[in-house]
Design a protein around this ligand. Structure first.
Ligand SMILES: [Zn+2]
Ligand SMILES: [Zn+2]
Length: 320
């Protein structure tokens, strides 16, 4: 099959990738389209030592499954495949399973290819009124919604989101539903305007009031964002950390200790909830699409995705 292969920090478009073969309990999914995420870009830089097909944000059609009720269904999928038996799985912490594979990230080929396989228990049927262009955002939107699983955000809270890119935008659109007083900090006027149009208050970094926010979400994808988060958070407040990048960060933790700040790492979230928000139309992802390119132009798409300020680049797998 055709796909995008990562090996030794080098991306290669290939037409001879072995066909995805589902094992017991897995479905074969024909990928319709797949979004390029910051994690994919970091993986090319060597964030994880992975060889294979990358990509984890997708919508596709089930073409093979032992359970015939899945056949022909349009689906999105949870990307963490857990063993169901280890201590963490027994505590229902499936995304932290010690034996896990992760679609396009760890020990499992991903979605920048014509086909992928995932266990049917990972799949979610896309509601009919959710277009492919929306469904392809279900995985990153789930990562945004997942914050509410870890941190309680009250309607009276001051929330500052540091980062106005694709993830920051979806975090703001979903968390603002709590009624909290929200401010999104970014450095690209066009990105801030997208949020302002939805009634969400935004500003450049000089809009941060020192140590006033109850909850700060850091999702800039770079080390500088954490410094701003430290500036914004109030004593006994919470910083939710969403950025993953290659390399190390130097942080002076002392002020955080003195101010008794909670640091919460946050990764994945519930895709079913993300699909509900999309179906209800309360989160609008259409303005987040920069452009779409066929799989055959995937390398060009990656070049584009790495330019600063670019929104979601979608790879179209079929129809080309
Ligand atoms: Zn991602
Ligand atoms: Zn497990």
């Amino acid at each position: 099959m055709r796909g995008l292969w990562l090996e030794d920090k080098k991306l290669d478009y290939r037409d001879n990738i072995p066909m995805a073969i589902p094992t017991a309990g897995e479905a074969l999914i024909r990928v319709i389209q797949s979004g390029i995420c910051q994690t994919d870009i970091e993986m090319v830089k060597g964030y994880y030592p992975f060889t294979g097909v990358i990509g984890h944000e997708f919508v596709g059609i089930v073409e093979e499954s032992q359970d015939p009720s899945w056949l022909g269904k349009r689906v999105c999928g949870e990307i963490n495949v857990s063993c169901g038996q280890c201590e963490l799985c027994r505590r229902a912490l499936y995304i932290h399973c010690t034996q896990r594979t992760v679609l396009g990230i760890w020990e499992r080929n991903g979605s920048f290819a014509e086909y992928l396989s995932l266990p049917t228990r990972n799949l979610h049927v896309v509601p009919d009124n959710v277009y492919d262009d929306q469904a392809v955002f279900a995985e990153p939107l789930a990562a945004a919604v997942g914050i509410a699983e870890q941190v309680s955000i009250r309607p009276t809270d001051r929330v500052v989101v540091i980062g106005s890119g694709k993830l920051g935008n979806m975090i703001a659109q979903s968390l603002v539903l709590s009624g909290a007083d929200m401010l999104v900090i970014g450095n690209q006027r066009s990105q801030l305007e997208l949020l302002e149009r939805r009634g969400i208050r935004t500003g450049f970094q000089d809009a941060i009031q020192d140590h006033r926010a109850d909850v700060v979400v850091e999702c800039t994808g770079n080390p500088a964002g954490f410094e701003l988060a430290c500036k914004a958070v109030r004593p006994r407040g919470t910083i939710v950390m969403k950025s993953t990048f290659k390399g190390q960060t130097q942080v002076n933790f002392s002020p955080l200790v003195v101010d008794e700040v909670s640091l919460i790492g946050s990764r994945s979230g519930p895709i079913g909830a993300a699909l509900r928000l999309l179906a209800q139309g309360v989160v609008d992802v259409h303005p987040l699409i920069e452009t779409r390119l066929p799989l055959s132009r995937a390398l060009e798409a990656f070049e584009l995705a790495q330019q600063p300020g670019k929104m979601k680049i979608i790879l179209q797998m079929t129809g080309y």
